[in-house]
Design a protein around this ligand. Structure first.
Ligand code: PHE
Length: 336
């Protein structure tokens, strides 16, 4: 008894201390503490001992059982943070954590839209996200106190005349006042409006602005360029239509619709029964805007347009809720 006990005692203590895996630890627990484990077998052998020796050995064996239970429990806690070596580990595989989840569709669409215009000869211009009231409104023919300013729910920066731009149109002014015509560029970028987040509103979104100014540019050029863009961006038989609209910085102004790709014009829930879906605003540059930029409106004419990129991505991929774009859920991003 003495010999057997000592052997189990030293062996179990060493093995539990030295074990390096949770699986191995469980095997040791079964080996020593299991129903048919070494210590229970030893307890059974006590029947062969002198009656007065039995309680002495019973105490010793049970004490070792409790000790082993404790050390196995704490060893398991130490080891459980570690992954098991399955023997199949391939150290050349990229770590799971950094697997590329796909691109955000807003960025892909921004690039796709830009590429189409670049292929039609448009350059690219950028302007600041933090704008002044002058560039965002006044120079674009939104006079101070004019109700047209209410069309934009603006984030104003306290104690200054600065604001977060509500559209990319200020880039038109910044480029035109710096260099003489002709112009043919797009201006992609972020815009901000004080909207409460829901399925169709985000306080920060993306637009692509466009400006084309030269001698003898007419509304026919506007229609030709935007029609070509819509047919390239939306696959299939894309039909466009122009509706009269109003923007302070274009005259005349229009909105371009595409025929609903879901119902082909018959009217459905996606197009609110209209058969057409609005995709952008456009118009001939108002002479007042040219004057603010030092461009002679008697010599130069042109058109401008602006479109919301999240909206284009929603239409192209059939996404029903704008919030998907910034939640960055892996299951969403992996589709693009
Ligand atoms: N800036 C306008 C908007 O945000 C869009 C637009 C741009 C309209 C250029 C006409 C010309 O709604």
């Amino acid at each position: 008894m003495e010999q057997e006990f000592r052997k189990i005692e030293t062996e179990s203590r060493t093995l539990v201390r030295e074990t390096s895996g949770v699986k191995e630890l469980e095997e040791l627990r079964v080996k020593y503490l299991g129903r048919k484990g070494a210590l229970n077998l030893l307890l059974k052998k006590m029947g062969a001992l002198d009656p007065d020796e039995r309680p002495v050995w019973g105490k010793k064996i049970n004490a070792l059982k409790r000790e082993l239970e404790d050390t196995i429990r704490s060893r398991r806690e130490e080891l459980s943070g570690q992954t098991e070596d399955t023997g199949n580990f391939d150290p050349t595989l990229p770590p799971e954590l950094f697997r590329h989840p796909g691109r955000n569709p807003v960025i892909s669409v921004l690039e796709e839209v830009s590429d189409i215009f670049v292929s039609m000869g448009f350059g690219i211009a950028y302007g600041p996200d933090i704008e002044t009231d002058y560039y965002n409104f006044t120079a674009l023919n939104f006079p101070e106190g004019h109700p047209a300013r209410d069309m934009h729910d603006t984030f104003y920066i306290k104690g200054s005349d600065r604001l977060l731009r509500t559209h990319t149109s200020p880039v038109q002014v910044r480029v035109m006042e710096k260099q003489p015509p002709p112009y043919q560029f797009i201006a992609p970028g972020k815009c901000y409006r004080r909207d409460t987040i829901d399925a169709s509103h985000l306080p920060s979104f993306h637009q692509v602005e466009g400006l084309m100014v030269d001698k003898d540019i007419s509304f026919a050029h506007l229609k030709g360029v935007l029609d070509e863009f819509a047919r390239r961006f939306f696959p299939g038989e894309t039909v466009t239509r122009f509706r009269p609209s109003f923007f302070p910085f274009t005259e005349p102004s229009a909105e371009m619709d595409i025929r609903c790709t879901i119902c082909s014009g018959g009217g459905c829930s996606s197009c609110s029964g209209k058969g057409f879906i609005e995709i952008l605003g456009a118009g001939m540059v108002d002479p007042e805007v040219f004057r603010h930029c030092g461009v002679d409106p008697d010599k130069w004419q042109g058109f401008a347009f602006g479109m919301g990129i999240e909206r284009m991505a929603m239409l192209k991929y059939g996404i029903s809720d704008l919030r998907y774009f910034f939640q960055n859920h892996r299951s969403f991003l992996e589709q693009f």
